[in-house]
Design a protein around this ligand. Structure first.
Ligand code: AMP
Ligand code: MG
Length: 392
């Protein structure tokens, strides 16, 4: 049996980013950028006004000026500004030659062709040419995750076909002859398959997709056939222990996968198996839904992030714990489902009920995992892994 940190190291060592591909802005959301993106021009392209008002020379002071023109945001100034002159200017418009400061319109008194400023603010209200980026400046580094802000940057520099890492093709196979579809009504001994829905949504939350999902009963040949389909990442649900029907590892071995570990000092989720074959990786995940949930967040997510070229999410916050289920320390590294919420301007964490790893209902509202070791910290703060992107 290996420790979880060691398991995570092994996963990192055996899983690499997929190839890059050119995509469109619309399809790039959530992907990792495969190469640096640089500015194609000066931003702003020239000195631009930050306000609606009047432009005058940089060194000009209070007094009266002759208004000799007007520059709207879409226009280029058609003449330079001379001594004693001002031009009406709007937010975003380019300053004329000779112009260096903008006086906001609230500070201006206009009478016909003459504008008077009683006083001049220290601030010039000008965005200088190239002050945000110059041609060739890296505006997004390779490896950046393309969220809303990053997509806006790509659009601004005209990088409309960014090279991104292709997300992994994921195949999920649920084993267990007791499983039926969620649409069916269980007969004696049957249960509805919850893990297929769980995994599909967890994968989607990372910005990837489950390309194929199947159920194969407890039939090793059917599993072998389904597991032979094309994919980058194979997720086998159930069949991870050492019972007579736990044939996940054996099937992977039969297919030429090398098993790198099949026991982790982890609760829940001890019988987690990881295997690789060439560029492909596979997990056999213990079938209990709570184990499935935890194994996904502490191990499988790492493999998906690596394949997708994304930085691994693995940062813990030390949060004050609210009373909830009393946590039981365990020599096994334990990940306790919990809910983090803001209270009086601070984040606090409340552990969920945990009666058994099969208690799916207890997971409702879970957005964090509390890490517990052999001893509990004496005073209040517990190590908490947020499952959303707050700490990304
Ligand atoms: P296993 O890992 O196959 O020994 O399964 C452990 C427990 O999880 C058993 O009680 C299974 O019935 C349950 N289980 C396995 N697969 C699923 C699934 N897809 N959905 C819900 N429960 C499952
Ligand atoms: Mg089973």
């Amino acid at each position: 049996m290996i420790s979880l940190p060691e398991a995570r190291r092994i996963i990192s060592d055996h899983v690499a980013a997929r190839a890059s591909e050119a995509t469109s802005l619309a399809l790039a959301h959530g992907r990792a950028l495969a190469e640096d993106v640089v500015a194609d021009a000066f931003y702003p392209s020239g000195d631009r006004s930050m306000m609606d008002g009047y432009v005058i020379a940089a060194a000009a002071g209070a007094g009266s000026y002759r208004v000799v023109g007007e520059i709207q945001a879409a226009q280029s100034p058609d003449r330079a500004l001379g001594a004693g002159e001002a031009m009406r200017i709007y937010t975003g418009a380019l300053l004329p030659e000779g112009g260096g400061r903008v006086v906001v319109q609230e500070e201006a008194r206009r009478e016909g062709d003459v504008v008077t400023f009683e006083r001049i603010a220290e601030r010039r209200f000008v965005r200088a040419k190239g002050s945000e980026a110059k041609p060739g400046d890296v505006v997004l580094a390779a490896g950046s995750r393309l969220g809303a802000a990053e997509l806006a940057i790509l659009a601004q520099v005209g990088a409309v076909n960014p090279r991104v890492i292709r997300p992994p093709i994921i195949r999920h196979i649920a084993t267990g002859s007791e499983l039926i579809a969620p649409t069916e009504t269980p007969k004696a001994g049957q249960i509805r398959d919850t893990n297929s829905s769980l995994i599909r949504a967890l994968v989607a939350e990372l910005g990837a997709t489950v390309a194929e999902a199947h159920r194969c009963g407890d039939n090793p040949d059917a599993l072998a056939e389904l597991a032979s389909g094309p994919c980058d990442l194979l997720l086998i649900s159930g069949g991870a222990s050492v019972g007579d029907y736990d044939f996940g590892s054996a099937t992977l071995r039969r297919l030429g996968f090398k098993i790198h570990f099949d026991r982790v000092n982890l609760r829940p989720g001890k019988p987690l198996t990881f295997a690789a074959r060439g560029e492909q990786a596979a997990f056999v995940i213990p079938g209990n839904p709570v184990s499935h949930f935890v194994c996904f967040h502490v191990a499988i997510r790492l493999a998906i992030e690596r394949m997708a070229g994304l930085a691994p999410h693995w940062s813990f916050l030390h949060l004050e714990m609210r009373s909830g289920e009393p946590l039981r320390p365990d020599p096994r590294e334990t990940y306790w489902p919990a809910r983090v919420a803001a209270e009086d301007g601070r984040l606090v964490v409340t552990p969920k009920r945990w009666s058994s790893s099969g208690d799916t209902f207890s997971l409702a509202g879970t957005n964090a995992l509390i890490r517990v070791g052999a001893t509990m910290p004496a005073a209040g703060l517990v190590e908490t892994l947020l499952l959303g992107g707050l700490t990304d």
